[in-house]
Design a protein around this ligand. Structure first.
Ligand SMILES: Cc1cc2nc3c(=O)[nH]c(=O)nc-3n(C[C@H](O)[C@H](O)[C@H](O)COP(=O)(O)O)c2cc1C
Length: 297
């Protein structure tokens, strides 16, 4: 009896041991499979980085759209001393920085750019080009060999001028077309979906290798203004009195709505007269009012 009990005990222990071994193996297998799954599920590390500076939050909104659209990493440039809180005193501070070329110290001057091949560089336009913290960033980082996609927000314009300055300052980088949007449009109600769609179109244009000239395709010849053109111009520029714009001629491009390109005389802030192009978009009937897209030299 004792012997049988002993044998039965031995068998039970062996079975139990076997079970344990099996379950240990099963556990090990599960662990390995889930570890493999975790590795497989992890998205590949992003090869693109959104770098931006934003004083009052408008450029940050665009940076967030770019970051989501490209699944990019993000790096916000921060100045050691923030600009003053009012517009006029910021203008004064930026004027001093530009005149002395003393660019502001940054909290995070250096970004680890080695692992990225594309940098989306965002900034507000200040005095016709990028905000001073961008100069500080460019001084501390090497963008050569990278694709650099500029984007900006502005009161009236500066997209092309700032992208051109970037090309001059970073000759080793492949600076692409730039995206730009006015602070009025980015902060308007319902802007999120409009901006996301616009940014998608921008990426499609980039992917197709479109140039500024190609984007201008489909415009008619410049012609004298009709009463309708004048009404569109007046409606879209009513908040831009400080530019003293006088439309001289216009051309149009039919999209889902109409783009108007007015050649204008401008006396910004009462300064000397210069010639400029003002782009205005008029949506399809019943879809909203004409809006100023950009003022460009
Ligand atoms: C000092 C200063 C200078 C500016 N200069 C220009 C300019 O030359 N042209 C323009 O269109 N907007 C200009 N702006 C308007 C800003 O570009 C615009 O408000 C921008 O959307 C701010 O972006 P943020 O909210 O990301 O800081 C200027 C704003 C400031 C504060």
């Amino acid at each position: 009896m004792k012997k049988y009990f002993g044998i039965a005990l031995a068998i039970s222990i062996a079975i139990l041991a076997g079970c344990n071994e099996e379950s240990a193996q099963a556990k090990q297998q599960t662990k390995t499979t889930s570890a493999q799954a975790t590795v497989a599920e992890q998205p590949a590390p992003s090869k693109s980085l959104v770098v931006f500076y934003s004083q009052t939050g408008s450029t940050k909104k665009v940076a967030d759209v770019f970051q989501k659209a490209r699944n990019a990493d993000i790096f916000e440039i921060k100045t050691a001393t923030p600009y003053p809180s009012t517009y006029d005193s910021t203008v004064a501070a930026v004027r001093v920085q530009r005149e002395s070329k003393q660019w502001p110290a940054l909290v995070n001057a250096k970004a680890d750019l080695a692992k990225y091949d594309t940098v989306y560089l965002g900034y507000p336009i200040m005095f016709g080009s990028f905000a001073p913290p961008i100069y500080s960033f460019l001084d501390s980082n090497d963008l050569s060999g990278k694709v650099v996609v500029p984007f900006c927000t502005y009161g009236s314009g500066g997209r092309k001028a700032s992208a051109n300055e970037l090309k001059t300052l970073e000759p080793g980088a492949n600076v692409t077309l730039a995206y730009g949007i006015s602070n009025k449009r980015i902060n308007a109600e319902g802007a999120d979906s409009i901006v996301a769609a616009e940014v998608e179109t921008f990426f499609a244009n980039l992917a197709e290798g479109k140039t500024e000239e190609m984007l201008m395709g489909g415009y008619s010849e410049q012609r004298p203004l009709t009463a309708e053109d004048s009404a569109v111009f007046a409606a879209a520029t009513k908040d831009y009195g400080y530019l003293s714009l006088r439309p001289l001629s216009v051309s149009t491009q039919v999209v889902a709505g109409t783009n108007f390109l007015f050649t204008c005389e401008m006396k910004a802030f009462g300064g000397p007269a210069t010639q400029t192009n003002v782009k205005i978009f008029r949506p399809l009937p019943g879809r909203g009012e004409p809006e100023l897209i950009v003022v460009e030299k």
